[in-house]
Design a protein around this ligand. Sequence first.
Ligand SMILES: [Fe+2]
Length: 133
Amino acid sequence: MMIKTKETVKECAEDILCGVNTTAGVEQATDLERKHLPIISAPKSIKKGECFEVTVEVGKLLQHPNEPGHFIQFIELYAGDTYLARMDLTAKTTFPIMKTCVQLDHAYGKLRAFERCNLHGTWENYVGIEVIE
Ligand SMILES: [Fe+2]
């Protein structure tokens, strides 16, 4: 087991394949960030126990390559730390867009999406969601 010290945390921050990448904000995101951020479309508030649609799209801000040497390998969706869904992708034939219906029976926290690019590592984005009784 690797113990994270100040040294390893610093090295991880400099290595795109280490840990999870994100952006400080979509408005000031770099092109690399815009290509990789999973963009979540979901209602801002939902009724407890009612199904609602969630779409996660990679490359919505700036198109990401989709070829054998460079593609999105998977998309995952969580409510807070609770796993909801995953979609595995192949290069060229499938596109990094995941649509699903979700129902929440209480507040779990933010909707969080992760995606993995074979060259540029794992990326996370999130949106707030309110669960109304
Ligand atoms: Fe990439």
